[in-house]
Design a protein around this ligand. Structure first.
Ligand SMILES: Cc1ncc(COP(=O)(O)O)c(C=O)c1O
Ligand SMILES: [Zn+2]
Length: 387
């Protein structure tokens, strides 16, 4: 195991490894630090060729100590598809979609939960809990089942039906709440001590981001160790964005890539765009969105605990933050589907109207390598589409 310690993303306080943690005492997310020199003694770019096609191929930079605790349902190593037809329609010569919809449980949330639940098992957790507006719940339920641990899931009652049913059918205890994901989070916070639940909310434990960061490793590997110029990413809690940025820094420290970074672009829905507003205002944190609404349920995160980290990354990378309407993102599902054969989740499809905005503002060069993240499959959102 190459983890040296954990550290706070805000105050820098350090924590020893091998113990269960949620947030830092200051209330901000904890991150994992590795001895990257040691990791890179066995994990080399060349060594990857013969490894398994899951995120565990990067195990030297993942936190699990005993390999027997690694849980897998085949997560990661999703295709990076060159989208010739869609790119052609937009006049772009290097447009790609990273299709996370082919992960177990149909979304990129599988990556975070595979690693977080493996760690929870390693650290002796007996019961798991999460507030979720959708895909994180399905992923938790699946990996908890695989680990043989009970999962307690609190969801807004307007969560897409597929997410509710998949949790029930993979054996989780599901409670539906008339409220938002933040209300679900509050209930867990109030009850977790008495119930003995370990809260695996986004960024409220340190390991989901470690699973999500493997998207960054894969992108580099799939593009032959040259990062793209621009990444558009549908952002709710922001774990994917934060994780990928961490992966880029780790790869640079191991000598795998140079200092070039993609411009990171956060995509949100107009009905819930706290990061877009904070970015435009030059603020370091997002304001709470009282009446958050969008059919892209994964983007309905009115206040993200890692907002300050995301805003810092957007600015450091020379990126930006863009919001799109629900009409635009739903129409984009069909546009991507008809051009490329990918039935995207509304969250992932939101990257297309965001891309068009950037093009019309002249913020993209037509030959740049641009990657859109389709974070999930549209099959889980059937209610959002006409029959
Ligand atoms: C399909 C999909 N895309 C994007 C997101 C937002 O992801 P993150 O919380 O990592 O920003 C979610 C979160 O639920 C999701 O389910
Ligand atoms: Zn702190």
């Amino acid at each position: 195991m190459n983890v040296t310690h954990l550290y706070c993303s805000s105050c820098g306080k350090e924590y020893e490894t091998g113990k269960l943690y949620n947030l830092c005492v200051c209330g901000k997310p904890l991150m994992v630090a590795y001895d990257l020199e040691r990791a890179s003694a066995t994990l080399t770019r060349e060594s990857l060729a013969g490894r398994e096609a899951s995120l565990w191929r990067y195990r030297e930079v993942l936190p699990v100590d005993d390999q027997r605790n690694e849980l897998t349902l085949g997560e990661g190593m999703t295709p990076l598809l060159k989208t010739e037809r869609l790119g052609g329609q937009l006049g772009l010569s290097n447009l790609f979609i990273k299709d996370e919809g082919v992960n177990p449980t149909g979304s990129f949330k599988a990556r975070g939960m595979a690693v977080a639940i493996s760690m929870a098992r390693e650290l002796g957790v007996e019961k798991l809990a999460v507030p979720s507006a959708g895909n994180a719940a399905g992923a938790l339920a699946a990996y908890a089942a695989k680990a043989g641990l009970p999962a307690f899931i609190f969801m807004p009652n307007d969560t897409p039906k597929a997410n509710i049913i998949e949790c029930q059918q993979t054996g989780a205890h599901v409670t539906l709440i008339a409220g938002l994901i933040t209300d679900c989070g509050r209930i867990i916070a109030e009850r977790k001590e008495a119930e003995g639940w370990f809260d695996v909310s986004t960024l409220k434990e340190p390991y989901r981001v470690e699973g999500k960061k493997t998207m960054g490793y894969e992108l580099a590997e799939q593009l032959n160790w040259e990062l793209p110029d621009v990444i558009l990413y549908p952002t709710g809690g922001g774990t994917g964005l934060i994780g990928m940025w961490k992966a880029f820094d780790e790869m640079e420290a191991m000598g795998w890539i140079g200092s070039h970074r993609p411009r990171m672009v956060t995509v949100q829905a107009e009905g819930c765009a706290p990061i877009v507003k904070a970015f435009a205002a030059g603020a370091n944190a997002g304001a709470d969105v009282p009446d958050a609404h969008t059919v892209a349920s994964g983007l309905r995160v009115p206040k993200a605990v890692g907002d300050f980290i995301m805003l810092d990354i957007l600015r450091k990378s020379g990126g930006t933050a863009v919001s799109v309407t629900d009409e635009e993102l739903i129409a984009a599902v069909k546009e991507i589907g008809s051009a490329e054969g990918i039935f995207a989740a509304p969250e992932g499809a939101a990257c297309l109207p965001a891309l068009k905005q950037l093009l019309s503002r002249g913020e993209l060069d037509r030959n740049e390598r641009i990657v859109l993240f389709n974070t999930g499959t549209g099959v889980k959102y059937l209610e959002a589409f006409p029959k």
